[in-house]
Design a protein around this ligand. Structure first.
Ligand SMILES: Cc1ncc(COP(=O)(O)O)c(C=O)c1O
Length: 387
């Protein structure tokens, strides 16, 4: 640290020049991330209410009401206006809270959680933290969890099962109806990770796409992760954890008595927590409404389908599966996919690499022109490698 502080202008100038080498969303080069430029209204209200701390909720009762309204709007989107929950730091925290609730609600001593092979690594971390064992179950030929295999994996020590509505790698939706049936029959907690899909699937359904049920309309679903900082266009951090009812949320609630606002209840992982995130999500849901989200999803999906079609035409490349949402997996039976990813990165494309495919996420900042430029580079690389 400097002995004496630098003038504001030199700090700002240094920041501008130091951070210039980082990727930016508006360049269109970030095509492998689930994050995007926050909506301008969200950025505005976020900075306006930056000081609000929901960890000391007694000081901010109006903000508490705003969070409840936000959760109510998200719950309604997911077929349960009575859902209870919080805006948290992201999908990792939301998934961890769900497993924590499942553990606290269960009377079993030595427990496991059955998850799809495709589940996000946050479940492994959560399990490590909570002393749970993760049992990963194989996928079917459509990259969804194999429901029969889940049934077989459940044993007397199982406390919960997890389904994913929008897998990290391919955006696939697991057969949540089948999982809901197992959860109901076996009296197990079912968590649905719709961190990405939560802001996509309801709108795809309205657009006439064939979207399977995945939300609280299925009786076994106890909680859902839905992240506004992914397809919800909210500034980071904004994840969402929704429980079917208040009793489930209460399982992880803690009473704290020493704070300036008086006694309060904390039911997330952090103490001090961002009220600005809540304000931003509330403002977006109010301002964009279903119609704008639908328009955004329609445009991302239409570009995704075009991209998938063009990839199929490139000799030596193929897509892993027909896109369910705005995620495309690129594979090759001929070339080393890791080498292609490396060459794309050298050409400054921020792609995401999985063991046997490259993941492209067509977020709202990715435009037609970016996809065209990407395809040109991809074809060039294939030619280069193919000789
Ligand atoms: C399905 C799914 N769940 C959870 C997460 C974790 O979200 P976060 O990075 O916001 O913690 C991700 C991240 O990509 C995800 O794809």
């Amino acid at each position: 640290m400097e002995k004496e502080g630098l003038p504001r202008s030199s700090v700002l100038n240094e920041l501008e020049s130091r951070l210039v080498e980082d990727f930016t969303y508006d360049s269109g080069r970030i095509i492998g991330s689930m994050c995007t430029c926050p909506h301008p209204l969200a950025s505005k209200v976020y900075t306006r209410f930056l000081d609000r701390n929901l960890g000391d909720s007694g000081l901010f009762p109006a903000l508490v009401k705003l969070e409840k309204e936000t959760v109510h709007m998200l719950g309604t989107l997911l077929s349960n206006p009575k859902a209870s929950g919080h805006i948290v730091t992201g999908g990792t925290e939301a998934n961890t809270l769900a497993l924590w609730a499942a553990k606290k609600l269960s009377e079993k001593k030595c427990c496991n959680v059955v998850v799809p092979a495709s589940a996000h690594y946050s479940f492994d971390r959560a399990a490590d933290l909570l002393g749970l064992k993760i049992v990963r179950v194989k996928l079917n030929s459509r990259f969804q969890v194999d429901v029969e295999a889940v049934k077989k994996a459940v044993n007397p020590n199982t406390i919960a099962i997890v389904g994913v509505a929008g897998t990290t790698g391919l955006g696939v939706v697991d057969p949540i109806r089948g999982l809901s049936k197992i959860a109901t029959e076996e009296n197990l907690y079912l968590h649905v990770d719709a961190a990405f899909g939560g802001f996509v699937l309801p709108f795809l359904k309205e657009l006439g796409f064939d979207v399977p049920d995945f939300d609280f309309s299925l009786p076994g679903v106890c909680s859902i992760t839905i992240d506004p900082h992914k397809m919800g266009l909210a500034p980071i951090p904004a994840g969402g954890i929704l429980f079917r009812n208040e009793k489930l949320r209460k399982a992880v609630a803690w009473n704290v008595s020493y704070l300036a606002g008086g006694e309060t209840e904390q039911a997330t992982f952090v103490g001090t927590r961002s009220g600005a995130s809540v304000v931003a999500v509330w403002a977006l849901l109010k301002h964009l409404g279903k119609e704008s989200y639908r328009r955004i999803v329609r445009s991302c999906m239409s570009l995704t389908l075009k991209l998938a079609g063009e990839i199929r035409k490139i000799d030596g490349l193929d897509i892993v599966a027909e896109p369910t949402m705005n995620i495309v997996g690129i594979k090759s039976g001929v070339f080393d996919i890791g080498r292609i990813a490396e060459k794309l990165r050298l050409r400054k494309w921020a792609v995401s690499l999985f063991p046997s495919h490259i993941r492209i996420v067509v977020m709202p900042h990715v435009k037609k022109q970016h996809i065209e430029e990407f395809l040109e580079d991809l074809k060039g690389i294939v030619k280069e490698i193919g000789g």
